[in-house]
Write a protein that binds this ligand. Structure first.
Ligand SMILES: Nc1nc2c(ncn2[C@@H]2O[C@H](COP(=O)(O)OP(=O)(O)O)[C@@H](O)[C@H]2O)c(=O)[nH]1
Ligand SMILES: [Mg+2]
Length: 259
């Protein structure tokens, strides 16, 4: 039926719910993002007891897990836990991937392997979804990692071969942000020297860490200055108190555990 056949009774009259104009585009984008919620996937790499869980609890003002990991793991395995968080009216689906047993074995040359396998598997899963004829990427639970927080002991010494090897394997696959854990246990002067030492070792070993984006004109200047300063690129963690609330736990997945 052509449009002219539609009788005047069938015509719908819509009333505007608000102002229409391109100045409302930013608001529409914000409300769309808020209603969809956000996904953030974090990988925490570091030895047992270095303060990974404490930092996560502090960053998200939640108590994610209470049990402490054992130091007697024969192998490294990855444990992924997903939580639905809400702050004001913003929903966040947060996945924290923990490296259980990292650095606890005598032979640690292979410790990076389960981590690399995990990252590759998430890329592979996403690719398989993309390759489907009827793909539904908007509903797909994207588990690809946004960032790897790499925890280092505040020793002041050179980086251990384990860390250099692991970071070398990871930096092409995920954004690495080095974190000096328990930084309250060394002096500010030593901390500064340690940061410079870490940066020069990473540079000489060809390991690239996360660079702040410089493609946005508004942030270009400040981000470029942060990208060259070791004090801004290496984060310091000093978390001594545990926050009170408890997180809504959804599911728990372990990788690399032999069956
Ligand atoms: N001094 C100090 N202690 C910390 C810090 N972060 C964590 N801890 C303590 O280190 C211990 C192990 O922390 P935890 O987060 O369970 O380590 P994880 O095994 O890496 O998850 C706990 O007793 C924490 O209270 C910190 O920044 N400074
Ligand atoms: Mg922990």
């Amino acid at each position: 039926r052509s449009a002219t056949d539609v009788t005047s009774e069938e015509k719908r009259t819509l009333t505007l719910r608000g102002h229409v104009g391109f100045d409302s585009l930013p608001d529409q984008l914000v409300s769309k993002s808020v209603s969809q919620g956000f996904i953030f996937n974090v990988l925490c790499v570091g030895e047992t007891g270095i303060g990974k869980s404490t930092l996560m609890n502090t960053l998200f003002n939640t108590t994610f897990e209470k049990e402490e990991s054992s130091h007697h793991q024969n192998i490294v395995h990855l444990r992924s836990r997903t939580y639905d968080l809400q702050e004001s009216n913003v929903d966040l689906r947060l996945t924290i991937v923990d490296t259980v047993g990292f650095g606890d074995q005598v032979h640690r040359e292979e410790s990076y392997k389960p981590i690399v396998d995990y990252i590759d598997k998430q890329f592979e899963n996403f690719l398989q979804e993309e390759l489907k004829i009827r793909r539904s990427l908007c509903n797909y639970p994207d588990t690809r990692l946004h960032v790897c927080l790499y925890f280092l002991c505040p020793t002041g010494h050179s980086l251990k071969p384990l860390h250099l090897l692991t970071m070398k394997r990871l930096y092409t696959k995920v954004n690495i942000i080095p974190i000096i854990a328990k930084a309250d246990t060394i002096s500010k002067c030593d901390l500064q020297k340690f940061k410079i030492k870490i940066m020069s070792e990473l540079l000489s070993n060809g390991v690239q860490i996360y660079q702040f984006p410089t493609d946005d004109d508004a942030l270009k200047e400040i981000n470029s200055s942060m990208n060259v300063s070791p004090t801004q690129q290496i984060i310091v963690s000093q978390c001594v108190s545990c926050p009170p609330q408890s997180a809504g736990h959804i599911y728990d997945k372990e990788e690399g555990v032999p069956h």
